[in-house]
Ligand binder design. Structure first.
Ligand SMILES: C[S@@+](CC[C@H](N)C(=O)[O-])C[C@H]1O[C@@H](n2cnc3c(N)ncnc32)[C@H](O)[C@@H]1O
Length: 207
């Protein structure tokens, strides 16, 4: 991928390929060290773009957009061809995402502070998620300790997400990286699946 407008410290570095390292270099250390566990690798965004390219995409919404890596990298690849949204419930990540979006002048990207469980952003043709509810389970590499860890809550949240996704119209696509949390998604079939060292990437379609 060749990024077209990429400024670092006011120095033009146009033409440099976008890499995870380059993206990370814009982050404070505390967020950089979460990169391998929490932010989508550039390779996976490229795979997603290869799938979306040439298809009718009204808009795509990243459910749990973090510091905006998926949305921003996708907007460089798609050259702002369609609107890209991200919703995030952590204020500090939302602020980071918004400042990166402004810095790189990504006009097709829009971030909003929303909890997608309580206020699901209906109306998009495509959704993306990188296992956003997993953090409710006990484990290492958490973003912070602000969220309750409980297997029971995890299962409740997965059910809430499934209910929302079920209400999306036929033809809606959900693209998952490391899954959405469950193995069965009522109303959906799997239309693409790739599994490699980086993890499972899937496309589900509402039928
Ligand atoms: C694994 S990170 C993925 C971040 C981003 N999508 C990416 O791929 O770079 C999951 C994100 O989902 C967010 N998240 C978890 N539950 C959420 C909820 N109910 N509403 C909004 N965001 C949520 C977390 O704060 C975290 O930033």
């Amino acid at each position: 991928m060749r990024n077209q407008i990429f400024m670092k410290d006011e120095k033009d570095i146009v033409g440099k390929p976008m890499t995870d390292l380059l993206f990370d270099s814009e982050l404070p250390f505390s967020l950089q060290k979460l990169s391998p566990y929490q932010w989508t690798p550039v390779f996976i965004v490229k795979r997603t773009w290869e799938f979306l390219k040439g298809k009718e995409v009204r808009s795509i919404m990243d459910l749990g957009s973090g510091l905006g890596k998926f949305c921003i990298v996708l907007s460089f690849l798609a050259e702002d061809q369609f609107p890209i949204y991200g919703c995030e419930d952590r204020e500090e990540l939302l602020q980071m995402a918004t400042s990166l979006q402004m810095k790189w002048k990504r006009k097709s990207v829009c971030f909003q502070k929303t909890n997608f469980l309580t206020s699901f952003p209906y109306g998009h043709s495509h959704y993306y998620c990188f296992n956003p509810l997993y953090e409710t389970m006990k484990g290492s590499h958490s973003i912070d300790d602000t969220k309750v860890k409980s297997a029971k809550l995890f299962l409740q949240n997965i059910q809430t997400l499934k209910n929302h996704l079920y209400l999306c119209p036929k033809g809606t696509k959900l693209i998952t990286y490391h899954g959405f949390g469950g193995s069965v998604l009522p109303g959906y079939i799997v239309i693409r699946k790739e599994n490699d060292d980086l993890g499972e990437w899937m496309v589900w379609e509402r039928v």
